[in-house]
Design a protein around this ligand. Structure first.
Ligand code: FES
Length: 135
């Protein structure tokens, strides 16, 4: 299930206007995000890290379907953190439930990079059950 949680407060997402890349670790898989192609899936906010991962065949758990109601889509943004608008209170609340929280942790379904810089995003070990490279 995808879509927007109606109980969630609006956050100021700014969709990218030029292509940028996200490198997913530890896969080392670098994907180019074409703003014109967004959204790439039906998962999470359009243009979110989850949307981009899913659209490129990179699995990140998302038990609630990308509506900010779980914390299974927790990722750590290693580079490019400042290109993502601040987390909403709802996202912060959910993140508090996530194991291994770091200062640059985000929920992949809520974090929409603005495309001003390239990103490196780590999928935490506990969320890599399905994160295998497809050959
Ligand atoms: S998929 Fe549930 S909060 Fe992101």
């Amino acid at each position: 299930m995808g879509g927007i949680n109606p109980y969630q407060s609006a956050s100021e997402t700014v969709l990218p206007t030029k292509p940028y890349t996200i490198t997913f670790m530890p896969l080392g898989k670098k994907v180019t995000v074409d703003p014109a192609a967004l959204p790439l899936s039906r998962e999470g906010k359009p243009g979110s890290i989850l949307d981009i991962a899913d659209g490129n065949g990179i699995e990140i758990d998302h038990a609630c379907g990308g509506v900010c109601a779980c914390s299974t889509c927790h990722v750590i943004v290693r580079e490019g953190f400042d290109s993502i608008p601040e987390a909403t209170e709802d996202e912060e609340d959910m993140l508090d439930e996530a194991p291994g929280l770091e200062l640059s942790s985000r929920l992949a379904c809520q974090a929409v990079p603005d495309g001003s810089t390239d990103l490196v995003v780590e999928i935490p070990a506990w969320n890599r059950n399905h994160a295998q490279e497809s050959h």
